[in-house]
Design a protein. Structure first.
Ligand SMILES: Cc1ncc(C[n+]2csc(CCOP(=O)(O)OP(=O)(O)O)c2C)c(N)n1
Ligand code: SF4
Length: 249
């Protein structure tokens, strides 16, 4: 099986240069590495540009309801445990309307991989501020809310008790492929924070800026140590790599 075999015939409607293309590629690569057959795969998303990804992967896919992908995916996984279940969505979908579902999905520890494609903005609805919009983001039309302090997705899931937490960048394909592969292999709730660019509503060079503001998780980091993981997550820059993986009994 090749990654292209996991693509539907639909052409993505994303803007040329959108970071979501990288995530589609990284995800189909990771699934191919793990030899996940389309009939054993479910991709569940909410609503947003990033959530369109579900329609582009050959799988039982559901581009569902804004903010509600996690409970839908949990129900699916509980009734069909043999399905590899991947949840995708944006920062608006996950951390605004969908935020209340995250700690409970973490507590239930259902075997899901949740990849949030974080472009720091509501792309689909034309560029409003999201909970991860930085305060210094240029104010444009519809940017109400950008004066609020951004939340940190990695600290949020770590403090909720998530057993697998990783971060990658949509333009860093081999790394993203590896992080998604490890997350899918983890037998519980796995969270992957994917830094992604929106070329239409974020300023020029935004995605490169994210990368410049990132650093690889140091080799000395022990991902089984929660204190070390929390300290790494507190760094104002973005640590890219496996941040935390709780050993399982
Ligand atoms: C219940 C509900 N409220 C609001 C909306 C409008 N809406 C659609 S997508 C979206 C935000 C999308 O932003 P994000 O999740 O960050 O995804 P992106 O488009 O940036 O990938 C909003 C507010 C909706 N579809 N349904
Ligand atoms: S508006 Fe932004 S997030 Fe949406 S497809 Fe275009 S570049 Fe991607």
């Amino acid at each position: 099986m090749r990654p292209a075999d996991l693509r539907t015939e639909l052409e993505p409607v994303w803007c040329s240069g959108c970071g979501d293309f990288g995530v589609l590629k990284g995800l189909t690569q990771a699934l191919t590495d793990l030899e996940v057959a389309p009939e054993k795969l479910a991709v569940i998303s909410g609503i947003g540009c990033s959530s369109r990804l579900a329609g582009y992967v050959k799988a039982y896919a559901f581009n569902s309801i804004h903010g509600r992908a996690l409970p839908i995916a949990t129900g699916l996984k509980l009734s069909r445990p043999e399905m590899t279940t991947v949840v995708v969505g944006g920062d608006g979908d996950g951390f605004s309307i969908g935020l209340g579902h995250i700690p409970h999905a973490v507590r239930r520890d259902t075997d899901l991989t949740y990849a949030v494609l974080d472009n720091g903005i509501y792309g689909l609805t034309k560029g409003q501020a999201s909970p991860t919009t930085e305060r210094d983001t240029k104010r444009g039309r519809g940017m109400a809310g950008a004066e609020d302090a951004p939340l940190d997705p990695v600290l949020l899931v770590l403090s909720s008790g998530c057993g697998f937490v990783a971060r990658s960048h949509a333009g860093h394909l081999p790394h993203l492929r590896q992080m998604l592969r490890e997350a899918i292999q983890y037998p519980g709730f796995a969270f992957v924070h994917v830094l992604a660019g929106c070329v239409t509503y974020q300023p020029k060079g935004y995605a490169d800026g994210l990368l410049e503001h990132s650093f690889p998780v140091p080799e000395t980091h022990d991902p089984t140590n929660l204190d070390q993981a929390m300290n790494l997550a507190r760094d104002p820059r973005f640590a890219l790599g496996l941040i935390y993986k709780r050993p399982r009994d």
